[in-house]
Design a protein around this ligand. Sequence first.
Ligand code: IPD
Length: 290
Amino acid sequence: MTDLPTDPDPTITPADLRAIAVEVAAAAGGLIVADRPERLHVATKSTDTDVVTEMDQRAQDYLVAALRERRPDDGFVGEEEGESHLGASGITWVVDPIDGTVNYLYGVPAYSVSVAAVTGDPRIEGGYEPLAGAVVNPVTGDVYSAARGEGATRTDRTGTVVRLRVNDVDDLGQALVATGFGYAADRRAWQAAVLAGLLPEIRDIRRMGSAALDLCRVAEGSVDAYYERGLNAWDLAAGWLIVTEAGGTVSGRGSAVPGVDLVIASGNALRPLFVEGLERAMSATDVTSA
Ligand code: IPD
């Protein structure tokens, strides 16, 4: 993909990193559910609707400490305030302590903890590649995970493990598509215009509110495709690997790697038609892209 700054630590395998990702993501998920106070303290970030709760910060602080204890030489990049550094090992943990914070705030059971181990620099667009990752929905108990070259699975709260496989639908008109919207009004105006162009061409749209879970849904086949503008590495890294290890493709626009400009995820049978349909919708809008 790109020149990576350091070769990753050869003494740890992607499978080992996956086990750590699952362990700490599940523990952070337990924390945000069990320790949620009656009245959440909420602050805002980029806009008045881009919220962060005290539990986002607490979960991230837990993840920093848990990962430092297990992997002291690795780097850490998280969505919330605090540490952001590369480590000496060539491996960096990329963490979203609550992906779907608005759902968490409202009690909609579609939020997740996303933890990925990557090589390269996740602070640079196109500068990193995921090696292992886990996405945990602490309300349903579903744990999605993958390691590079080893496939992707979902483990439910009874411990049943299912190997994930993207759908093989190859008809755009039959495709159930997930997407999401950013927090800034101008970006949302563009996203709405693109959606208006795409909607007549597909089966239907879903907006569930956690990008990491949307990617896992592509991997498990509970949607056929997902796209969104505005994702950061912490929303994306774990789910990206889970989709590719389930046999799908995740990309940006054209030949670009997935990132802030665009993330497109689907099975490979649908991909050419979905990419064309999305490109048509994006080209047709005269709303200025933001
Ligand atoms: C958000 C969610 C949402 C997506 C937004 C993300 P956050 O993450 O993943 O589904 O549409 O683009 O920012 O803010 O809840 O961590």
